[in-house]
Ligand binder design. Sequence first.
Ligand code: ADP
Length: 361
Amino acid sequence: MTVVEMQDLRKRYGKTVAADGMSLRVEDGEYMCILGPTGAGKTTALRMAAGLLDPDRGKVLFDGTDVTRVEPEYREAAMLSQVYSLFPHMDVNGNVMYGPRIKKWHPRESEDVAHNMLEMVHLHRRKDAMPNELSGGMQQRTALARALASGSKVLLLDEPLRALDARLRIELRREIRSLVKAMGITAIHVTHDQEEAMVIADRVAVLRKGRVEQVGTPREVFDNPLTPFVANFVGQSNFFIGKVVSSGEETVVENERGVTVRARPSPHPIGSEVAVAVKVGNTTLKLDEGFFLGRVERVLYEGVTIHVDVMAEGQRCSAKLPNRKFEEYSPGDEVTVGWPPSEAIVFALPPGGLQEELRLD
Ligand code: ADP
């Protein structure tokens, strides 16, 4: 069991800054997801934790000991990547026994560990199969058993479910989490998929441009984002730009055209320029109840929900509504866009502008 700390990690590739002062503390036995868009530096972070990449500056600590310059094989951290990376010429058992064998454990002990691991991932009956005889899900389970069999106290997972189909992804993410919890190991799991991060993690670290922008429980980062970027990246938000006109139990914000909206209390002074963020799932489209008028552009049926795009106040906003409302909206309909003020968060308008703040690259 291990506490993993990344302290002010920096890494450049030529002009590209992949890690720009990355700091994160992962508690003993915690399941941490590092969530961010492509290019945010997630893999770089994980490879530095694994010892596969040297940071230019900063430290990696395992249980308070500086391991920054310690080789991967001495770090007690196992890596599970998106490609299954099994040894193709070894059967399932051989793959899982690889770590114990390298570590020169007693053959009997290695056999026992491999058997237990394969039972845990429900593959003990396929222990003689070769990797190419297994489905993608089974191969990834074998890779997981192999990663855990070596007795590592830290599991590093790099988009481990990316190559699997949607149903298998959901099944396997549950299994990975329960296995990690049962073994009490510390896990750091990198993903760009916010839904995956929400359901699998104890806490989520949202990464942007090589820095950790917010760390919190899935609920904290979803309900109380600290920045417009997090508000939008985790769960998609609509934004309304204006100036604070009154402040108190609610914040009232007015745009240039005199439209006013209401939001949560905020510390921003009257007259300051702000962006009000509200999740698409909290946005309402009603006949005459709301803050401003808009016109429906398109309605997408998504299964459990529908997604409605609306042009309003010169910009597009969206709402996610229950699928039973599908018949209620058609392109061209006039609707009133609104939200419960308690669900709308007021941010200072970012200095570089909102578009720049929300950019994913
Ligand atoms: P993520 O995993 O979040 O997609 P990465 O850590 O892979 O992000 O990459 C972060 C940034 O560093 C990206 O801009 C990427 O292009 C760059 N980068 C990563 N690895 C290399 C490399 N070996 N050489 C040059 N640039 C790299």
